[in-house]
Design a protein around this ligand. Sequence first.
Ligand code: 6PG
Length: 239
Amino acid sequence: MTKNDFRIYDTPQQTAEAFGDYLMEEAAKKEVFHVALSGGSTPKILFDYLATSYAESDVWSKMHFYWGDERCVPPSDDESNYKMTKERLFDKTPVPAENIHRILGENDPAEEAERYGELLLENMDVNDGLPVFDMVILGMGEDGHTASIFPHQIELLESKNICDVAVHPDSGQRRVTLSGPVINAAQEVIFLVTGAGKKQKIEEIYNQNGDWKSYPAAHINSVGRQFWYVDTNAVEGIV
Ligand code: 6PG
């Protein structure tokens, strides 16, 4: 990892806007663009920006939306990554309903992980048995997790499955997550990470010190392009 892997902006808003513009530029280049979204709170400003600045874009019809992970809850639950994305993005933009491929959090987790993996194989190009996303957008937790690959289940980085069932280490909440090999098979992986709370983990990963090897985010190395869109607070004094 070098400083060239980072695109750094003064604020989370500027980071989200810069990445949002990049995302739409990249999607516009393709006939069909398969993108996996991250969940949690960081993407909220990205979706709000896209919903206002690209509300009328004709690029949306090319984009197929998936998730890097989803909580095993109904789509109406406030914990649902789909619910958050629907409210902030899909309800405000002309994304065709048939282009939204949510993980069915209300279903049995193991059955849904199987179903979703098969859907990915059907929907996009496959290389060496893995679905190839045009882009996977990831966040990173303060424990170094990414998607729903947590440090206590770091073996999911090498899973033979397309999707796996993960368990949140604190809440015990079950999640369906893309496996590490699927994330790394993407043509492009983007980490969207902001805030001082993420700085320590970025420092350890960037400098390969401390417990960096135990952080799943440290082991995401796309076969294609990979960039970190970050704000100054997340990398000041590091990069
Ligand atoms: C989720 C996410 C998860 C998230 C990180 C960072 O379902 O929660 O996919 O991997 O990206 O936990 O979350 P914040 O953006 O809220 O810090």
